[in-house]
Design a protein. Structure first.
Length: 388
C-alpha cells in the first residue's frame, strides 16, 4: 500500500513581504536624507543671510551636496569671507564639511590652503599655508557649543612670497562653553598646544623677549576666559575693548613653555586696562633659570647696579637657590665669567625661591604686569604695547 505525500504549499509572501519592507525603508531613508540635505542647505542659506546683514559675506565659487545614504557632505570650492567691519578679505582653495544624518549638530571639516588675507579690494598682505587643517564644530550655525581646530605644519608668510613670519610643526586649539556660562555671559574653556613653533616676525616687537620667539618652542596653555559679551565675529580691537569694559580676564590654569632644557610653567590671571595694556600677576616656575637671566638682560642690569663686593656676599646662599652658582661667585669655577656671576645674583635679586618642576630643580618667582610693563622682582624686563 503506497502513501501519497502532499507537496508543500508555495509561500511567496515570505519573500515578497521582507523585500517590500526593505524597499519601503529605503524609500523612507532616501526621503529622510533628502529632507536633511534640503534642511541643511536652507539653514546654511539663512545663516549666510544673517551674516551678510552683519557685514560678513561668505561665498563659494561652487557648492555641492552629497554623502548619500548616511552622511551629509558639503564641498565649497574657493571659499571666501569679506568682512566690512574688519575691512578684511579672506580666500582659501577648498572647504569640505561632513555630518552624520542622525547627528547633524556635529560637523567635521577640512580646508585646503593656501589661505590669503587682504584688505577689502586690495592685494593679499599675508599667506597662511599648512599640510593638513581640520576642524570640528558641535552646535548649530550661530549657536556653537564646542570648537576644535588641528593644523599640521602651519606657516604664516608675508605676501607675495615674503619671508616666514611664524611656523610650527603642529597646532591645536580647543574652545567650549564652561558649565558656569549663562545666556549673554559666556565663560569659555580654552586650550592651545603649539609644537616646534618659531615667530621671527615677533623678535623685534618683543624687545628683550625677542629670543624667546626666534628659537624653536613648545607651548601649551589651558585657560578660562571670563567677561566676553558674545561670540559674534568682530575685529579683535572691538572684542578686547568689550572684554575690558566688562571687567573680563584670562585665568591661566596651566601654561608651559619649553626651549631645549629651559622649561617655564605659569599660573595666574591677566586683564586689560582702559587703554589696552596688560595688568596682572603670574606665578612663574623655571627649570634652568640661569638660561633665562641673560635673555631678559637681568645680568647686565645687575652688573650696572651692584658692586662686586655685594655680589660676593650673595655667594653662600646662592647654592640653595641655583646649585653651583655660589661656587662661581667664590671663584671656584675657573671658567666662570662676569656674566655667570651676574646671572647668579640675578636669581636671588629677583626674589626667586627654590622648588621642583617635573622632577627637576627649579626657581619660582612672580612675573608682574603693570600697565603693560613686565617686572620680575624689582627689575623691569620688558614692555608689552597696548593691545588696542
Amino acid at each position: 500500500m503506497s502513501t501519497q505525500t502532499d507537496s508543500p504549499r508555495s509561500r511567496p509572501w515570505l519573500i515578497a513581504v521582507p523585500t517590500a519592507v526593505l524597499v519601503l525603508l529605503g524609500v523612507i531613508w532616501s526621503g529622510f536624507w533628502y529632507w536633511s540635505t534640503t534642511t541643511a542647505e536652507a539653514t546654511m542659506a539663512a545663516w549666510q543671510a544673517r551674516e551678510a546683514q552683519a557685514g560678513r559675506t561668505y561665498g563659494c565659487a561652487a557648492t555641492n551636496f552629497g554623502g548619500y545614504p548616511f552622511r551629509i557632505e558639503v564641498t565649497c570650492a574657493e571659499p571666501s569671507v569679506d568682512d566690512r567691519a574688519a575691512a578684511l578679505s579672506i580666500r582659501a582653495h577648498n572647504l569640505a564639511a561632513v555630518a552624520q544624518v542622525w547627528d547633524p549638530t556635529l560637523v567635521i571639516g577640512e580646508i585646503a590652503g593656501p589661505m590669503t588675507v587682504a584688505p577689502l579690494g586690495g592685494s593679499p598682505t599675508a599667506t597662511i599655508d599648512w599640510k593638513l587643517a581640520q576642524a570640528s564644530l558641535r552646535g548649530m550655525p550661530g549657536a556653537p557649543e564646542r570648537l576644535s581646530i588641528v593644523v599640521d605644519n602651519p606657516s604664516l608668510t608675508g605676501a607675495p612670497e615674503g619671508p616666514p613670519l611664524a611656523t610650527a610643526e603642529h597646532l591645536e586649539f580647543h574652545g567650549r562653553f564652561a558649565s558656569e556660562s549663562t545666556p549673554g555671559h559666556p565663560v569659555l574653556d580654552l586650550a592651545l598646544d603649539l609644537r616646534t613653533a618659531t615667530a621671527p616676525a615677533l623678535v623685534a616687537a618683543l624687545g628683550t623677549f625677542g629670543p624667546l620667539a626666534s628659537a624653536s618652542t613648545d607651548l601649551s596653555l589651558v585657560a578660562v576666559l571670563r567677561g566676553a559679551s558674545d561670540l559674534a565675529p568682530k575685529p579683535l580691537g572691538q572684542q578686547l575693548r568689550e572684554l575690558q569694559a566688562a571687567n573680563g580676564r584670562l585665568d591661566i590654569t596651566n601654561a608651559r613653555l619649553q626651549q631645549g632644557d629651559l622649561i617655564a610653567a605659569a599660573t595666574g590671571a591677566l586683564s586689560l586696562t582702559a587703554r589696552g595694556t596688560l595688568v596682572g600677576d603670574l606665578k612663574l616656575t623655571v627649570v634652568n633659570f640661569p638660561k633665562l637671566i641673560p635673555l631678559l638682560g637681568i645680568d647686565r642690569a645687575v652688573a650696572q647696579a651692584v658692586p662686586q663686593e655685594t655680589l660676593n656676599r650673595f655667594a653662600p646662599t646662592l647654592d640653595r637657590l641655583v646649585p653651583g652658582l655660589g661656587n662661581v661667585l667664590r671663584g671656584g669655577n675657573a671658567t666662570g665669567s662676569a656674566a655667570n656671576v651676574n646671572t647668579a645674583l640675578g636669581a636671588a635679586a629677583l626674589g626667586g625661591q627654590p622648588t621642583e618642576l617635573e622632577g627637576q630643580r627649579a626657581v619660582t618667582l612672580t612675573l608682574r604686569f603693570d600697565d603693560g610693563a613686565a617686572f620680575l622682582g624689582p627689575f623691569k624686563v620688558g614692555q608689552v604695547p597696548p593691545l588696542y
